[in-house]
Design a protein around this ligand. Structure first.
Ligand SMILES: CC(C)(COP(=O)(O)OP(=O)(O)OC[C@H]1O[C@@H](n2cnc3c(N)ncnc32)[C@H](O)[C@@H]1OP(=O)(O)O)[C@@H](O)C(=O)NCCC(=O)NCCS
Length: 375
């Protein structure tokens, strides 16, 4: 049995094409001023035709494996947290296994919406702690642009695409890694933040499609209320389980949903904003990917040092929440190794040869303009 389970690798990836608030002004009745002041979001990324949740996850995963100094085949467990899998079946983690060139790993998905990265991390940590895996890859990955209703200004300004990953490894050294965990699930939120159709209760049909029920539906105010209450409580519970006090924490990495939610959580915990990592202005809410992207950026930009005590904390549909208090042990300089990993593109596996464009029609001109500008 290992003495500890440590983060040895981290990586992130987001599609190149940027969807700005100005772009959204041309799609729905909104303004840059409204979006920036109510959410803090200025732009987000959108996946192109040859990008899916699996390709974004594979790129972030390969970057995490590179920072860990491992070969992809040394990974023996792959967990992908997502609410936008490539297919209802098989699990996106299986596609990621193929894309990264791994032949050995067990692979499955975790469905906990925006709390998915914390749920996935906790699951992988348990496998490694129990001796069932030596190196586990955890990826939070989303292509939310494919399930966003671009006629609904209440939701379409919030979400973006991307992926963030960590490698958790068994270690013979004492300490480090996850010290405290809190996971919650409150079914009271089931129909307040959801995608109504596409499952066994309401299969996709002409009727559900016409009503847009295959896209995200949200009660923004209720979700906001839940988030502000729960994020701080979950973080405090994980900190207490670690045997720390809030004063011991060097950096909080919250789910990047809304700057006003993050401000309120920081105030509840008594932290100045310098102790809270924020990048939602550039990515929007990437659901299960958000904390993973933020963690990789925090380490890559020098915000995390060996010995630092970090709290990652997320909330999402369910409602769910997840908080992990962890001690950082890896050399942040390894971040540089991720730069050598180029984006993985969709390889058209045996899916019947469909060449339907998965990108929502309203986004295609933006992707085309970005592609034209790049050549
Ligand atoms: C969505 C959210 C930003 C809305 O902010 P808010 O300050 O609560 O705004 P309200 O819902 O009170 O709406 C205020 C007005 O702005 C309007 N509005 C909503 N979206 C708008 C947009 N993109 N542009 C312009 N106006 C908008 C509303 O229609 C409403 O108008 P009305 O008063 O005429 O009806 C906020 O509720 C939120 O962040 N909720 C949590 C969402 C979240 O994090 N979801 C993911 C969870 S993982």
């Amino acid at each position: 049995m290992p003495r500890s389970v440590r983060v040895t690798g981290w990586g992130a990836h987001a599609p190149e094409t940027v969807l700005t608030n100005a772009d959204l002004e041309r799609i729905v009745e909104t303004s840059d001023e409204w979006i920036a002041s109510r959410t803090g979001i200025r732009e987000r990324r959108i996946a192109g035709r040859d990008e899916t949740t699996a390709t974004l996850a594979a790129t972030a995963g390969l970057r995490a494996i590179a920072t860990a100094g491992l070969d992809p085949d040394e990974i023996d467990l792959i967990i992908v947290a997502t609410l936008t899998p490539d297919y209802p079946m098989p699990a996106t983690a299986i596609l990621v296994k193929e894309l990264i060139g791994n032949r050995r790993a067990a692979a499955f998905d975790v469905a906990a919406a925006c709390s998915g990265f914390a749920y996935g991390y906790a699951t992988a940590d348990s496998f490694v702690r129990a001796g069932a895996a030596r190196h586990a890859l955890v990826v939070g990955a989303e292509t939310l642009s494919r399930v966003t209703d671009f006629t609904d200004r209440n939701t379409c300004v919030l979400f973006g695409d991307g992926a963030g990953a960590v490698v958790l490894s068994a270690s013979d050294a004492e300490g480090g890694g996850m010290a405290g965990l809190e996971l919650t699930a409150d079914p009271g939120g089931c129909e307040l933040l959801w995608i109504p159709s596409g499952g066994s209760r309401r299969p996709v049909s002409p009727g559900t499609l016409a009503r847009g029920e295959h896209t995200i539906r949200m009660d923004g105010r209720e979700t906001y209320r839940y988030a502000t209450r729960t994020l701080a409580a979950s973080a405090e519970a994980a900190i207490a389980r670690a045997g720390w006090t809030t004063a011991d924490v060097d950096l909080v990495i919250p789910h990047q949903a809304n700057i006003r939610i993050i401000d309120s959580v920081a105030r509840s915990l008594g932290y100045p904003m310098e102790r809270v990592f924020v990048n939602l202005d550039r990515y929007g809410n990437t659901s299960a990917a958000s904390v993973g992207i933020a963690l990789a950026e925090a380490v890559g930009t020098g915000r995390v040092q060996v010995g630092d005590r970090i709290v990652i904390v997320a909330f999402g549909a369910g409602y769910t929440s997840g908080a992990i208090a962890l001690e950082w042990t890896a050399d942040p300089a390894a971040s540089a190794r991720a730069a050598a990993i180029p984006p993985v593109r969709f390889a058209h596996p045996g899916d019947g040869g469909t060449d339907e464009d998965p990108v929502p029609a309203v986004l295609r001109p933006i992707l085309a303009a970005a592609a034209a500008a790049a050549t």
